[in-house]
Design a protein around this ligand. Structure first.
Ligand code: COA
Length: 261
Protein backbone atom coordinates (compact mmCIF):
# COMPACT_ATOMS: atom_id res chain seq x y z
CA UNK A 1 0.00 0.00 0.00
CA UNK A 2 1.54 3.36 -0.92
CA UNK A 3 -1.81 5.13 -1.20
CA UNK A 4 -5.38 3.80 -1.04
CA UNK A 5 -8.37 5.57 -2.52
CA UNK A 6 -11.26 6.54 -0.26
CA UNK A 7 -13.87 9.32 -0.37
CA UNK A 8 -13.59 10.75 3.14
CA UNK A 9 -10.16 9.66 4.32
CA UNK A 10 -6.66 9.58 2.84
CA UNK A 11 -4.48 6.56 3.66
CA UNK A 12 -0.88 6.58 2.54
CA UNK A 13 2.26 4.77 3.61
CA UNK A 14 5.93 5.69 3.26
CA UNK A 15 8.91 3.43 2.70
CA UNK A 16 9.84 3.46 6.41
CA UNK A 17 6.66 1.60 7.42
CA UNK A 18 4.70 4.62 8.66
CA UNK A 19 1.12 4.90 7.37
CA UNK A 20 -0.82 8.14 7.76
CA UNK A 21 -4.59 8.22 7.82
CA UNK A 22 -6.12 11.68 7.40
CA UNK A 23 -9.83 12.20 8.05
CA UNK A 24 -10.69 14.42 5.11
CA UNK A 25 -13.92 16.42 5.52
CA UNK A 26 -12.37 19.75 6.50
CA UNK A 27 -15.50 21.75 5.51
CA UNK A 28 -17.41 19.81 8.22
CA UNK A 29 -14.45 19.86 10.60
CA UNK A 30 -13.90 16.16 9.80
CA UNK A 31 -17.13 15.11 11.55
CA UNK A 32 -17.62 11.34 11.62
CA UNK A 33 -20.56 10.33 9.43
CA UNK A 34 -21.43 6.76 8.44
CA UNK A 35 -19.15 6.93 5.41
CA UNK A 36 -16.12 8.05 7.44
CA UNK A 37 -16.76 5.30 10.01
CA UNK A 38 -17.01 2.65 7.26
CA UNK A 39 -13.81 3.84 5.59
CA UNK A 40 -12.00 4.00 8.93
CA UNK A 41 -12.94 0.37 9.55
CA UNK A 42 -11.59 -0.69 6.14
CA UNK A 43 -8.40 1.32 6.61
CA UNK A 44 -7.62 -0.18 10.03
CA UNK A 45 -8.08 -3.65 8.68
CA UNK A 46 -5.83 -2.85 5.68
CA UNK A 47 -3.12 -1.43 7.98
CA UNK A 48 -3.17 -4.64 10.05
CA UNK A 49 -3.10 -6.79 6.93
CA UNK A 50 -0.18 -5.01 5.25
CA UNK A 51 3.09 -6.37 6.66
CA UNK A 52 5.05 -3.37 5.38
CA UNK A 53 3.12 -1.01 7.67
CA UNK A 54 4.53 -0.86 11.21
CA UNK A 55 2.89 2.23 12.74
CA UNK A 56 -0.26 4.19 11.89
CA UNK A 57 -0.66 7.94 12.45
CA UNK A 58 -4.22 9.33 12.45
CA UNK A 59 -4.90 13.04 12.00
CA UNK A 60 -7.49 15.46 10.60
CA UNK A 61 -7.38 17.51 7.39
CA UNK A 62 -7.18 21.30 7.64
CA UNK A 63 -5.90 23.56 10.38
CA UNK A 64 -8.94 23.69 12.64
CA UNK A 65 -9.96 20.21 13.63
CA UNK A 66 -8.85 16.68 14.32
CA UNK A 67 -12.51 15.54 14.35
CA UNK A 68 -15.35 17.76 15.66
CA UNK A 69 -17.44 14.75 16.67
CA UNK A 70 -20.04 12.41 15.30
CA UNK A 71 -22.01 14.05 12.50
CA UNK A 72 -24.79 15.86 14.37
CA UNK A 73 -26.95 15.84 11.21
CA UNK A 74 -27.02 12.02 11.40
CA UNK A 75 -27.46 11.95 15.21
CA UNK A 76 -30.54 14.12 14.92
CA UNK A 77 -32.60 11.32 13.32
CA UNK A 78 -31.73 8.49 15.75
CA UNK A 79 -34.21 6.51 17.85
CA UNK A 80 -33.64 3.93 20.60
CA UNK A 81 -32.80 1.07 18.23
CA UNK A 82 -30.75 3.00 15.68
CA UNK A 83 -28.98 4.93 18.45
CA UNK A 84 -27.85 1.77 20.22
CA UNK A 85 -26.82 0.25 16.89
CA UNK A 86 -24.75 3.32 15.97
CA UNK A 87 -23.03 3.37 19.38
CA UNK A 88 -22.21 -0.35 19.08
CA UNK A 89 -20.83 0.17 15.58
CA UNK A 90 -18.67 3.12 16.65
CA UNK A 91 -17.44 1.13 19.66
CA UNK A 92 -16.61 -1.84 17.44
CA UNK A 93 -14.51 0.29 15.07
CA UNK A 94 -12.71 2.13 17.87
CA UNK A 95 -12.06 -1.22 19.61
CA UNK A 96 -10.38 -2.34 16.38
CA UNK A 97 -8.06 0.67 16.68
CA UNK A 98 -7.30 0.02 20.36
CA UNK A 99 -6.67 -3.66 19.65
CA UNK A 100 -4.72 -3.04 16.45
CA UNK A 101 -1.53 -5.11 16.19
CA UNK A 102 0.24 -2.00 14.93
CA UNK A 103 0.66 1.03 17.23
CA UNK A 104 -1.66 3.93 16.40
CA UNK A 105 -0.59 7.51 17.17
CA UNK A 106 -3.17 10.33 17.03
CA UNK A 107 -2.06 13.82 16.10
CA UNK A 108 -4.85 15.87 17.66
CA UNK A 109 -4.54 18.95 15.46
CA UNK A 110 -7.41 21.15 16.69
CA UNK A 111 -10.94 20.34 17.86
CA UNK A 112 -11.32 16.76 19.11
CA UNK A 113 -14.87 16.77 20.41
CA UNK A 114 -17.29 13.93 21.13
CA UNK A 115 -16.52 11.10 18.72
CA UNK A 116 -13.28 12.92 17.82
CA UNK A 117 -12.06 12.79 21.41
CA UNK A 118 -13.21 9.15 21.56
CA UNK A 119 -11.26 8.35 18.39
CA UNK A 120 -8.13 9.95 19.86
CA UNK A 121 -8.65 8.01 23.11
CA UNK A 122 -8.83 4.71 21.22
CA UNK A 123 -5.35 5.39 19.78
CA UNK A 124 -2.32 4.21 21.75
CA UNK A 125 -0.48 7.54 21.93
CA UNK A 126 -1.81 11.10 21.53
CA UNK A 127 0.22 14.09 20.34
CA UNK A 128 -1.67 17.39 20.54
CA UNK A 129 -0.97 20.58 18.66
CA UNK A 130 -1.05 23.81 20.70
CA UNK A 131 -4.50 24.72 19.31
CA UNK A 132 -6.08 21.39 20.34
CA UNK A 133 -9.38 21.52 22.21
CA UNK A 134 -10.51 18.17 23.59
CA UNK A 135 -13.85 17.38 25.17
CA UNK A 136 -16.98 15.28 25.39
CA UNK A 137 -19.84 17.79 24.95
CA UNK A 138 -22.56 15.15 24.35
CA UNK A 139 -24.62 16.13 27.44
CA UNK A 140 -25.08 19.55 25.81
CA UNK A 141 -26.91 17.67 23.03
CA UNK A 142 -28.96 15.66 25.54
CA UNK A 143 -26.77 12.58 24.97
CA UNK A 144 -23.82 10.76 26.52
CA UNK A 145 -20.60 9.71 24.77
CA UNK A 146 -21.37 6.51 22.86
CA UNK A 147 -18.14 5.48 21.15
CA UNK A 148 -16.36 4.34 24.32
CA UNK A 149 -15.73 7.75 25.92
CA UNK A 150 -17.32 6.95 29.27
CA UNK A 151 -15.03 3.92 29.55
CA UNK A 152 -11.74 5.19 28.10
CA UNK A 153 -11.63 8.70 29.59
CA UNK A 154 -11.65 7.48 33.26
CA UNK A 155 -8.88 5.03 32.38
CA UNK A 156 -6.76 7.86 30.97
CA UNK A 157 -7.38 10.74 33.39
CA UNK A 158 -9.01 9.13 36.45
CA UNK A 159 -12.69 8.93 37.37
CA UNK A 160 -12.90 12.32 39.03
CA UNK A 161 -11.53 14.35 36.11
CA UNK A 162 -13.52 12.21 33.65
CA UNK A 163 -16.73 12.91 35.56
CA UNK A 164 -16.01 16.64 35.51
CA UNK A 165 -15.38 16.64 31.76
CA UNK A 166 -18.35 14.44 30.87
CA UNK A 167 -20.88 16.07 33.24
CA UNK A 168 -19.99 19.67 32.35
CA UNK A 169 -19.38 18.86 28.69
CA UNK A 170 -16.68 21.54 28.81
CA UNK A 171 -13.58 20.88 26.70
CA UNK A 172 -10.00 21.38 27.83
CA UNK A 173 -7.08 22.90 25.96
CA UNK A 174 -3.84 21.18 24.97
CA UNK A 175 -1.78 22.11 28.04
CA UNK A 176 -4.50 20.97 30.47
CA UNK A 177 -4.88 17.77 28.46
CA UNK A 178 -1.18 17.08 28.87
CA UNK A 179 -1.29 17.86 32.61
CA UNK A 180 -4.14 15.39 33.09
CA UNK A 181 -2.37 12.66 31.12
CA UNK A 182 -4.84 12.75 28.24
CA UNK A 183 -2.13 13.59 25.70
CA UNK A 184 1.52 12.58 25.71
CA UNK A 185 2.99 15.79 24.28
CA UNK A 186 2.03 19.23 22.96
CA UNK A 187 3.78 20.70 19.93
CA UNK A 188 3.29 23.42 17.36
CA UNK A 189 1.29 22.35 14.28
CA UNK A 190 4.52 22.53 12.23
CA UNK A 191 6.41 20.20 14.58
CA UNK A 192 3.74 17.63 15.41
CA UNK A 193 4.06 15.34 12.40
CA UNK A 194 7.86 15.23 12.64
CA UNK A 195 7.62 14.41 16.33
CA UNK A 196 5.07 11.64 15.71
CA UNK A 197 7.24 10.17 12.95
CA UNK A 198 10.29 10.22 15.22
CA UNK A 199 8.29 8.39 17.87
CA UNK A 200 7.09 5.93 15.24
CA UNK A 201 10.70 5.40 14.15
CA UNK A 202 11.71 4.51 17.72
CA UNK A 203 8.90 1.96 17.85
CA UNK A 204 9.81 0.50 14.45
CA UNK A 205 13.38 -0.25 15.67
CA UNK A 206 11.89 -2.91 17.98
CA UNK A 207 10.61 -6.41 17.22
CA UNK A 208 7.13 -6.27 15.62
CA UNK A 209 5.88 -9.35 17.47
CA UNK A 210 6.96 -7.85 20.80
CA UNK A 211 5.23 -4.56 19.91
CA UNK A 212 1.94 -6.35 19.13
CA UNK A 213 2.18 -8.40 22.32
CA UNK A 214 2.97 -5.27 24.34
CA UNK A 215 -0.16 -3.54 23.00
CA UNK A 216 -2.29 -6.55 23.93
CA UNK A 217 -0.74 -6.82 27.41
CA UNK A 218 -1.12 -3.11 28.21
CA UNK A 219 -4.71 -3.20 26.92
CA UNK A 220 -5.35 -6.02 29.41
CA UNK A 221 -4.20 -3.86 32.34
CA UNK A 222 -6.90 -3.39 34.93
CA UNK A 223 -8.79 -6.45 33.67
CA UNK A 224 -9.17 -9.55 35.81
CA UNK A 225 -6.82 -11.57 33.57
CA UNK A 226 -4.27 -8.79 32.94
CA UNK A 227 -1.32 -10.34 34.77
CA UNK A 228 -2.08 -13.82 33.42
CA UNK A 229 -2.28 -12.48 29.86
CA UNK A 230 1.05 -10.70 30.29
CA UNK A 231 2.69 -13.97 31.37
CA UNK A 232 1.20 -15.92 28.45
CA UNK A 233 2.33 -13.32 25.89
CA UNK A 234 5.79 -13.15 27.50
CA UNK A 235 6.09 -16.93 27.17
CA UNK A 236 4.94 -16.91 23.54
CA UNK A 237 7.57 -14.33 22.64
CA UNK A 238 10.31 -16.52 24.16
CA UNK A 239 9.86 -18.95 21.27
CA UNK A 240 10.12 -16.36 18.47
CA UNK A 241 13.12 -15.77 16.20
CA UNK A 242 12.92 -12.07 17.08
CA UNK A 243 13.49 -12.89 20.76
CA UNK A 244 16.45 -15.08 19.89
CA UNK A 245 17.84 -12.35 17.59
CA UNK A 246 17.21 -9.53 20.11
CA UNK A 247 18.95 -11.25 23.00
CA UNK A 248 21.81 -12.59 20.83
CA UNK A 249 22.36 -9.14 19.30
CA UNK A 250 22.66 -7.63 22.79
CA UNK A 251 25.16 -10.26 23.89
CA UNK A 252 27.14 -9.92 20.65
CA UNK A 253 27.09 -6.10 20.99
CA UNK A 254 25.41 -5.49 17.62
CA UNK A 255 22.10 -4.00 16.42
CA UNK A 256 19.26 -6.52 16.22
CA UNK A 257 17.75 -7.32 12.82
CA UNK A 258 14.13 -8.16 13.54
CA UNK A 259 12.15 -10.08 10.94
CA UNK A 260 8.77 -10.30 12.63
CA UNK A 261 8.75 -14.03 13.20
N1 COA B 1 -21.41 17.38 12.94
C1 COA B 1 -21.79 17.91 11.79
N2 COA B 1 -21.30 19.06 11.29
C2 COA B 1 -20.38 19.69 12.01
C3 COA B 1 -19.93 19.21 13.25
C4 COA B 1 -20.48 17.98 13.72
N3 COA B 1 -20.09 17.41 14.85
N4 COA B 1 -19.02 20.07 13.76
C5 COA B 1 -18.91 21.06 12.85
N5 COA B 1 -19.73 20.83 11.80
C6 COA B 1 -19.91 21.67 10.61
C7 COA B 1 -20.74 22.90 10.91
O1 COA B 1 -22.12 22.59 10.88
C8 COA B 1 -20.31 23.81 9.80
O2 COA B 1 -20.95 23.40 8.61
P1 COA B 1 -21.61 24.51 7.61
O3 COA B 1 -20.42 25.34 7.17
O4 COA B 1 -22.21 23.69 6.53
O5 COA B 1 -22.57 25.27 8.45
C9 COA B 1 -18.82 23.46 9.63
O6 COA B 1 -18.66 22.17 10.19
C10 COA B 1 -17.90 24.43 10.35
O7 COA B 1 -18.29 24.47 11.71
P2 COA B 1 -18.60 25.83 12.50
O8 COA B 1 -19.50 25.50 13.63
O9 COA B 1 -19.07 26.88 11.54
O10 COA B 1 -17.13 26.21 13.01
P3 COA B 1 -16.77 27.11 14.27
O11 COA B 1 -15.31 27.36 14.16
O12 COA B 1 -17.67 28.27 14.39
O13 COA B 1 -17.04 26.17 15.54
C11 COA B 1 -16.94 24.10 16.79
C12 COA B 1 -16.25 25.01 15.74
C13 COA B 1 -16.13 22.81 16.85
C14 COA B 1 -16.89 24.80 18.16
C15 COA B 1 -18.40 23.83 16.36
O14 COA B 1 -18.41 23.40 15.02
C16 COA B 1 -19.08 22.77 17.20
O15 COA B 1 -19.46 23.02 18.34
N6 COA B 1 -19.30 21.57 16.61
C17 COA B 1 -20.02 20.50 17.26
C18 COA B 1 -19.18 19.85 18.31
C19 COA B 1 -19.92 18.75 19.03
O16 COA B 1 -20.86 18.98 19.77
N7 COA B 1 -19.46 17.53 18.80
C20 COA B 1 -19.98 16.38 19.49
C21 COA B 1 -20.95 15.64 18.67
S1 COA B 1 -21.42 14.17 19.52
Amino acid sequence: MSKMNFETIILEADETGIATLTINRPDKLNALNAEVLGELETAISEVNRDEAVRVLIITGAGEKAFVAGADIKELNTLNKQTGEKLASRGQHIFDAIENSKKPVIAIVNGYALGGGAELAMACHIRIATENAVIGLPEVSLGLIPGYGGTQRLPALVGKSKAMEMILTGKPIKADAAQQSGLVNAVLSPEEALGYAKKLAGSIINNGPLAISAAIEAVNASGRANGFAREAVLFGQLCETDDFSEGTSAFLEKRKAQFKGN
